[in-house]
Design a protein around this ligand. Structure first.
Ligand code: SAM
Length: 285
């Protein structure tokens, strides 16, 4: 999968202008961890494009004052149009699953895990990072397929948003995580079997993990830390019992931190009974 990031700060992502294995060697978010490995293994390519290379004045100006007056400056349409021309994309409306052009914007649709999953189906995603008061609206209207926001707050630029999207999408690509199931059974994962599907040892599949819940708590050595032992069940070696414990811990955590998720989570009768014991009022949500 290929990402093209259009920005006035390419160095934020790693060594500017490099792609593929070269970018992996750079510093910045592309030079670390799972992203770095995915790029090095050729599972993803991330190229940055410096908007200032598409200006024609001595000062390499990318912004101008807003029509109608008001605070701040606005990113001009011209350098962004020229930059996208250089990427040789199909025209808007004719891109299919080959290309997707996304504008990072606080006014965009909220980027959540299901959006990450959807974007992972495109061969190439172009991410346009705004700055200042935003981007000339004709960029969104004429070039972009969609606007995405990474949350209900205002950032100073789209770079953090682009980084979030690249990270969340890349880890869903086949071969990027060590185990194919890792991204299915974590927070916001989609168990795609019905809750009551049984595994070989007769435990409902849902007891493995997410199905729309938050992840269960994790522990590692030492077995006791600052007077708090690891829950005994996790050292017992009985995997069926461990899975049941994890399922219940995930339910409890979701109820405590994100009860809104329970209304759409894939819950078994046993889950509902347990949640009721914890005080969940299904009607109230
Ligand atoms: N005037 C804009 C508004 O009120 O919606 C905010 C502009 S913001 C200071 C500058 C740029 O940061 C935006 O053009 C966008 O690219 C990016 N940005 C800010 N908040 C964002 C968010 N929540 N998600 C994604 N991008 C964001």
């Amino acid at each position: 999968m290929q990402f093209d990031i259009v920005t006035i700060f390419p160095e934020f992502f790693g060594t500017a202008g490099l792609s593929g294995a070269e970018t992996a060697g750079g510093h910045g978010i592309l030079g670390h961890g799972i992203l770095e490995r995915a790029v090095r293994q050729g599972l993803a390519t991330v190229s940055t494009h410096d908007l200032r290379n598409f200006t024609h004045d001595r000062h390499r100006t990318v912004d101008d004052r807003p029509f109608g007056g008001g605070e701040g400056m606005v990113l001009k349409a011209q350098p962004i149009f020229e930059c996208l021309d250089s990427l040789q994309l199909a025209p808007k409306g004719e891109r299919g699953m080959r290309e997707r052009v996304v504008l990072l914007s606080a006014q965009g649709r909220r980027f959540v895990q299901s959006e990450a999953r959807r974007l992972s189906g495109y061969a190439r995603v172009v991410l346009i990072c705004g700055r200042y008061e935003g981007v000339d609206e004709r960029v969104s209207q004429q070039l972009c397929d969609e606007e995405l926001s990474i949350g209900d707050y205002v950032l100073s630029g789209g770079e953090l948003g682009a980084a979030v999207i690249v990270d969340a999408v890349v880890r869903l690509l086949p071969g990027v995580l060590g185990h194919a199931d890792s991204s299915r059974y974590e927070s916001f994962g989609e168990g795609d079997e019905p809750t009551e599907t049984l595994t070989a040892d007769g435990v409902p599949r849902a007891t493995h993990g997410s199905g729309g819940l938050l992840d269960y708590p994790h522990y590692t050595r030492p077995a006791e830390w600052h007077g708090q032992p690891v829950p005994e069940v996790l050292s017992g070696g009985d995997h069926v019992v461990i899975r049941r414990w994890r399922r219940r811990a995930a339910l409890a955590k979701t109820l405590a931190n994100r009860p809104d998720l329970l209304t759409t989570a894939d819950l078994s009768d046993d889950d509902r009974e347990y949640l009721a014991e914890l005080g969940w009022n299904q009607q109230a949500g």
